[in-house]
Design a binder for this molecule. Structure first.
Ligand SMILES: C[S@@+](CC[C@H](N)C(=O)[O-])C[C@H]1O[C@@H](n2cnc3c(N)ncnc32)[C@H](O)[C@@H]1O
Length: 207
């Protein structure tokens, strides 16, 4: 098995399960035209995030690492009209492209891209929204800060919510966090770590 085969199967799944999505094709095209690197999640990974958000009934989503807004659009489409997605992006050019793409997808009313280093923005999110106020956090930025991002996500994600960390396998070079799910496909061999934010057992809740 090699990357070429994974890529072919991903292409097949994308066509068979998802059909053509003109908006997402335009999003990828405009990101390429703007010179952004093609390091967004694959279509199937985006769909997985979308389904996960719907399964947990997500209303608020936190994303760390927007790039051109591709995964933000998959996630934003899972939210109800009054939902909210906050995506943190350090690169002003990436954020600009992401905003245009989010607008193209008709999600500007609920999805917001904030520019700056995520670690500088995260404490402010606790102040602004409160602890445990997000249903789903997706971590996909600079990998060396993943442990710190994960700790912030734990504070910001509600009990019963989920945290997904991308790129934890990296061609077999497993990172600090344990991989829960290996992924292969058009993005090569990698993996998502998925953490369920625990709900305290009755015995653990102080009376
Ligand atoms: C892999 S890309 C994100 C892909 C996006 N989640 C998607 O799938 O469409 C990583 C992004 O994180 C951004 N990034 C890197 N370091 C960051 C930091 N310290 N704070 C916020 N964003 C950062 C990069 O500029 C890049 O746009």
């Amino acid at each position: 098995m090699d990357n070429q085969l994974w890529e072919k199967v991903d292409d097949y799944l994308e066509t068979a399960l998802d059909g053509r999505d003109d908006v997402l094709s335009e999003v990828l095209f405009s990101s390429r035209e703007a010179g952004l690197p093609a390091i967004q999640v694959s279509a199937m990974q985006g769909k997985f995030l979308h389904v996960l958000a719907r399964l947990i009934g997500a209303r608020r989503v936190l994303e760390i690492g927007a790039l051109g807004g591709y995964s933000a659009i998959w996630l934003g489409r899972a939210l109800p009209p009054e939902g909210k997605l906050v995506s943190l992006e350090v690169d002003a050019r990436h954020a600009e492209v992401a905003r245009a793409n989010i607008d193209r997808a008709g999600l500007s009313a609920l999805a917001e891209v904030r520019v700056g280093p995520a670690l500088a923005a995260l404490p402010g999110l606790v102040e602004e929204f409160g602890e445990g106020s997000f249903d789903l956090s997706f971590i996909d930025a600079d990998k060396r800060n993943n442990p710190a991002y994960f700790r912030w996500a734990l504070r910001l994600t509600r009990p019963g919510g989920a945290i997904v960390v991308d790129n934890v396998v990296r061609q077999g070079r497993v990172a600090d966090t344990a991989a829960a799910l290996q992924t292969v496909g058009s993005k090569g061999y990698d993996g998502f770590a998925i953490a369920f934010v625990g709900i305290p057992q009755p015995s653990e809740v102080a009376s």
